[in-house]
Write a protein that binds this ligand. Structure first.
Ligand code: NAI
Ligand code: MG
Length: 491
């Protein structure tokens, strides 16, 4: 990869043009939007703004493909196609990672990790296609009762800009594995990797129409998709407000729904932890993808006994993180848009006005090599009370807020005092204490001694305002099925 040639614009990756419907890219069409490279703050590629007609065409085509082919394709054959798709993703990993890095800004090594994760999702669900078994029921003699899973039909996937290819893959792979046909709508900030993924699936042997992708604005294309009466299930990942709008639209057609709406996740650090391990963990939890992660560890809940020393070391490390364009693989890449930059700055500026102490960072910045791009310094804010907006609101940027706990019980109460309930991290060398806290926390997933530990095998999703339903794991496949029970009188 010639980074300088790409950054100077002399080399540009080939991008798909138009929506992907019925096994082909449609061409850009009349209404075209621009996607930006956040690391340079410059337009990067053009994509189509889908109309309600485009959405309708994609959904009806998916319905046809579901009815005529995919639902009848033998599960083992579905598995073979998904496995071929995983191999093609791996074969084209560098190209996909490059586009992901430029389109959403994240450091190239993180983008490579996401592409590898997308391949894993297809491998995992490829193997699951022919293992989705039903049950039999212990009825009185004379009756036979059994159940089996049927594909739910056409599934809609509304994808955010922070993990474009991984969110697409973790929804599309289990939906296809279950026998559903898919219409995906990537975010308007990051449309390209989902389009490329659809092309790869087609190349892997997926019949035309089984996976369609329509790009465009959320309020137009996204709204048309989630309101479409021929959509049987919606998987939405994004903000709480938009999730609520999607839920209302789903109510009109009684469409099934999985909502993954982000969080304000705590990293609980107890006195007895391995501090080196915990410092690395806390840094990764908040600064991966510049904090634009639904499950970012954005609150450090730390016992008073080690607070001073730990936070001082942590702040020093945060201040030293390299910043730059994603292609140069810094520790901290840009934030996705000027709107995000402004939103993050607003939180920190308001906190300062309330008298909060900024331990490190606290300002917007630029790529030091080019003077361009949308960056925010790695920021840590000293101890804030429970009701502070920095403790309660999702910032979606590289801003960590500290909360001091008197003991483990107090830490648990601080950790849980949130309207969100997505994930929590725990650092302790007392594994029994860790498991006890894991039991008592009201969140969907707990990481002990390694934040973000796990993989596609582990179900993921939130409680309370973080949403409902679970993605990943075998549990994630069930969202795309409907259970049918049959009882026969046999004598
Ligand atoms: P958003 O929730 O509006 O966008 C997410 C997706 O929903 C995009 O594909 C968008 O096009 C689509 N969308 C927007 N309006 C829609 C509608 N009416 N009907 C159907 N689909 C629609 O989030 P946005 O505005 O990009 O980011 C705002 C904030 O949301 C962020 O600052 C962050 O706090 C949060 N967020 C959380 C994410 C998570 O992973 N949980 C991901 C993205 C954003
Ligand atoms: Mg972009």
């Amino acid at each position: 990869m010639n980074i300088d040639a790409i950054l100077s614009g002399a080399e540009t990756p080939a991008l798909p043009e138009g929506h992907f419907i019925s096994g082909a890219y449609t061409g850009l069409g009349a209404e075209v939007l621009e996607s930006f490279d956040a690391g340079r703050g410059q337009p990067f590629g053009r994509f189509a703004n889908g109309s309600a007609e485009d959405v309708d065409r994609a959904v009806l085509d998916a319905r046809r493909a579901f009815r005529d082919s995919w639902r009848h394709t033998a599960p083992a054959d579905r598995g073979r196609i998904l496995m071929r798709a995983a191999m093609l993703i791996r074969a084209r990993a560098e190209e996909l990672a490059l586009v992901e890095c430029l389109d959403c800004g994240k450091p190239i090594s993180e983008a490579r990790g996401d592409v590898g994760g997308a391949a894993r999702a297809f491998e995992y669900y490829a193997g699951a296609c022919d293992k989705l078994q039903g049950d039999t029921f212990p009825l009185p003699r004379g009756y036979l009762g059994y159940s089996h899973y049927e594909p739910v039909g056409v599934t809609a996937h509304v994808i955010p800009w922070n993990f474009p290819i991984s969110t697409a893959a973790r929804g599309i792979a289990p939906a296809l594995a279950a026998g559903c046909a898919v219409v995906a709508k990537p975010a308007e900030q990051t449309p390209f990797s989902a389009l490329m993924l659809a092309g790869i699936l087609y190349e892997a042997g997926l019949p035309a129409g089984v996976c369609n992708v329509v790009t465009g604005l959320g309020r137009d294309t996204g709204a048309a998709l989630v309101a479409h009466p021929q959509v049987d299930q919606i998987t939405f990942t994004g903000s709480v407000g938009t999730g609520q709008t999607v839920m209302r639209a789903a109510a009109d057609n009684v469409t099934r729904l999985v909502l993954e709406l982000g969080g304000k996740s705590p990293v609980v650090v107890l006195d007895d932890c391995d501090q080196d391990q915990a410092i690395d963990g806390v840094l990764g939890a908040i600064y991966e993808h510049a904090g634009q992660v639904c499950s970012a560890g954005s609150r450090l809940v730390i016992e008073r006994g080690i607070h001073d020393q730990f936070v001082e070391r942590l702040s020093r490390r945060a201040a030293q993180l390299s910043i730059g364009h994603g292609l140069r693989d810094p520790k901290l890449g840009p934030v996705n848009s000027p709107e995000q930059l402004e939103k993050i700055g607003g939180f920190v500026d308001r906190a300062r006005a309330r008298g909060a102490e900024v331990l490190t960072g606290g300002a917007a910045t630029v790529d030091p090599e080019t003077g361009a791009g949308w960056f925010y310094e790695p920021t840590i804010i000293a101890d804030r009370p429970r009701d502070d907006e920095l403790v309660q609101e999702e910032i979606f940027g590289p801003v960590l807020t500290v909360q001091i706990a008197e003991d483990a019980e107090h830490a648990l109460s601080l950790a849980d005092d949130s309207s969100f309930g997505l994930v929590a991290g725990l650092y302790t060398s007392d594994i029994t204490e860790g498991l006890r806290l894991a039991r008592d926390l009201d969140v969907g997933q707990v990481f002990i001694n390694e934040y973000f530990a796990g993989g596609i095998e582990v179900p993921f999703g939130g409680n309370r305002m973080s949403g409902f339903g679970r993605e990943k794991g075998l549990e994630g496949m069930k969202s795309y099925t409907k259970l049918k029970s049959v009882v026969a009188k046999i004598d």
